[in-house]
Design a protein around this ligand. Structure first.
Ligand code: FAD
Length: 419
């Protein structure tokens, strides 16, 4: 039997969750696919490795909500607070921060929420066939997501986000102290009120998920090359491939999925996106046998506790620093003190720590489009705090853009022209 003719060659820049999911969907469409990345898919160098594992079809609350401008100075001044910015990095971050605050207007927030839910709603549905084929369906469960408050009136203070979720069809339950104990006895009784989203899912090892989806892609003939892309190569105004230290890799189409490092590739096709690294941290506590069942977001302290294959993971922090700057491990230490508070008496020995670069746009949603002036370049980056859940759905959209089919989601939310 002769092999079906390939549709052309696609080079994907980046083997994080966005790149490996896209490689799969492109291979399924009959493209010859090569993924280039200097690091292994699923390695700790990727943002996709160390996240909190939240896969929330109901995620639709932007990071910049009305009132945030009043909260940011306090968060920045608090050395234990959820945002970190060294004075040195202020000139780098300020333009982005101003745009971020501008997105907190009520009308903008509703529109952004529509974009977020359009993408995230399909996350589990789009992962299902992938993880089944990759033999890692065990990684994804659907036990819900809990926002835990220390202030008994905390949920009332979240009335806007609760109504925004409900308006978009997301099930939300408000819990009192007794119901909190019943749902999640593992956490300290200091957390006395909750908002529970029962339909949300979680991944118990995001690094293994990326590696397994990459292995699935490889089984479909996708090749992975350990190389860094330098820039996009053009001849007579048309993109012809990707320039690397090992020479030019020719391609009919290029997908830019290099996470926080995608900016220069977008600029090479004339697209300027205010993309910043919102650095986040996690700690893993391998011996903390807390019995925690669901992902818990500490609503006031702004971190996530998640039960993972390797133990208990606490993650959080937004630190604005240049991606190449050395990690500030003090941020991870703060998470350890949060663990002491949320899980009193737990064995917190054997801690490991990690830092990753979230690819952040000021409006919390990614860029997913065909580059306006280069129809053979697809941009798929900037998934910020939600790239794990965004991976499976973005892959579907990338395949639709590559084949010229009508996108299954209104892509107007994700166009770079919004900036
Ligand atoms: C603490 C924390 C918690 C989070 N929690 C969640 C969560 O619960 N749920 C969720 O959905 N999301 C979460 N996120 C966000 C999520 O992890 C990211 O949005 C997602 O991993 C981004 O995926 P990516 O593939 O775009 O980027 P990455 O995983 O960073 O992959 C980008 C790849 O591009 C490669 N690359 C860079 N430059 C080049 C180059 N020149 N040439 C070739 N390759 C290159 C890099 O080596 C890297 O492998 C969290 C993030 C953090 C930090």
């Amino acid at each position: 039997m002769t092999e079906a003719p390939k549709r052309g060659k696609v080079v994907v820049i980046g083997a994080g969750i966005i790149g490996v999911c896209a490689a799969n969907s492109l291979a399924d469409e009959g493209f010859e696919v090569q993924v280039i990345d200097p690091v292994e898919p699923g390695s700790p160098d990727q943002c996709s490795y160390g996240n909190a594992g939240g896969l929330s079809p109901g995620s639709c609350i932007p990071n910049a909500m009305p009132g945030i401008a009043r909260q940011v100075p306090g968060m920045l001044m608090d050395p234990e607070g959820p945002i970190g910015l060294r004075l040195l990095d202020l000139p780098h971050a300020l333009p982005w921060l101003l745009r971020f605050l501008a997105n907190a207007r009520r009308g903008r927030v509703e529109r952004i929420a529509d974009g977020m839910i359009a993408l995230n709603r399909l996350t589990l549905e789009c992962y299902e066939p992938l993880v089944r084929a990759a033999g890692c369906a065990d990684l994804i469960t659907r036990r819900g997501q809990l926002f835990a408050y220390e202030n008994p009136n905390g949920p009332a203070g979240s009335a806007l986000s609760i109504s925004m979720r409900r308006a978009r069809g997301v099930r939300v339950e408000i819990l009192n102290a007794v119901q909190m104990r019943e749902l999640e006895p593992a956490i300290s009784p200091d957390y006395c009120a909750g908002v529970f989203l029962p339909e949300q899912g979680q991944c118990s090892n995001p690094g293994r998920l990326v590696a397994a989806i990459a292995a699935l892609a490889a089984s479909k003939g996708v090749t992975f090359t350990r190389l860094a892309a330098r820039t996009l190569a053009a001849e007579r105004g048309r993109i012809t491939g990707v320039a690397t230290d090992a020479g030019l890799i020719r391609a009919d189409k290029v997908v830019v999925a290099a996470g926080a490092f995608s900016g220069p590739f977008a600029r090479a096709v004339g697209v300027r996106v205010p993309l910043i690294s919102e650095r986040g941290y996690h700690i893993m506590l391998p011996h903390a046998q807390t019995g925690l069942r669901v992902n818990v977001n500490a609503a006031e302290r702004k971190f996530v506790a998640a039960p993972m294959e390797g133990g208990l993971r606490l993650s959080g922090t937004v630190e604005f620093a240049r991606p190449e700057a050395a990690p500030n491990w003090r941020r991870a230490e703060i998470l350890l003190s949060q663990a002491r508070h949320m899980f009193p008496g737990a064995d917190l020995s054997g801690m490991t720590r990690w830092m990753g670069n979230r690819p952040g746009t000021p409006d919390s949603i990614p860029v997913i489009e065909t580059a306006p002036r280069h129809p053979n370049v697809i941009l798929a980056f900037g998934h910020g705090h939600q790239g794990l859940m965004g991976g499976s759905v973005t892959a579907r959209l990338v395949a639709e853009l590559a084949t010229g089919r009508a996108p299954s989601i209104d892509l107007s939310h994700f166009r770079s022209s919004r900036f």
